[in-house]
Design a protein around this ligand. Structure first.
Ligand SMILES: [Zn+2]
Length: 129
């Protein structure tokens, strides 16, 4: 098994991401850059942990307790207690823990854009410009 994805907080917790399939599809990011899309396949155990709240649905880091208030990864801090269920719906819609596994990165990005996109054009330029 290759180490496609390596956890940062738990060195023994690898093998979660079993496959990343490159795709020929491209998407344009809000800043104009183009990014290739890929589909990530997770292990069955990891999927179960995500559904049970023991693994962050956003960064895939393993958690010490189910549905912590925030993901324990310092770079993520995903509010799992509040948003994990919604994240699962977005990323794993139509999937069961025992079905062929994987989630769509495109959905992930769409969600991030929806939640973090700041509307442009509402700021009045300062006089010093
Ligand atoms: Zn996380």
């Amino acid at each position: 098994m290759s180490r496609i994805w390596t956890p940062l907080t738990d060195p023994d917790d690898w093998g979660v991401v079993q496959d990343i399939e490159p795709s020929t599809r491209m998407r344009e990011l809000p800043d104009g850059r183009m990014m290739g899309e890929s589909r990530i396949t997770l292990s069955e155990d990891a999927m179960g942990e995500i559904f049970a709240g023991y693994r962050c649905a956003r960064c895939l880091e393993r958690q010490e307790s189910a549905f912590p208030e925030h993901c324990r990864a310092s770079w993520c801090r995903f509010p799992m207690r509040e948003h994990q269920s919604r994240q699962i719906e977005l990323d794993f819609v139509g999937q069961q823990p025992n079905s062929p596994l994987g989630f769509n990165l495109e959905r992930e990005l769409d969600y991030l854009e929806q939640t973090h996109y700041v509307k442009k054009g509402s700021v009045t330029p300062g006089k010093e410009i």
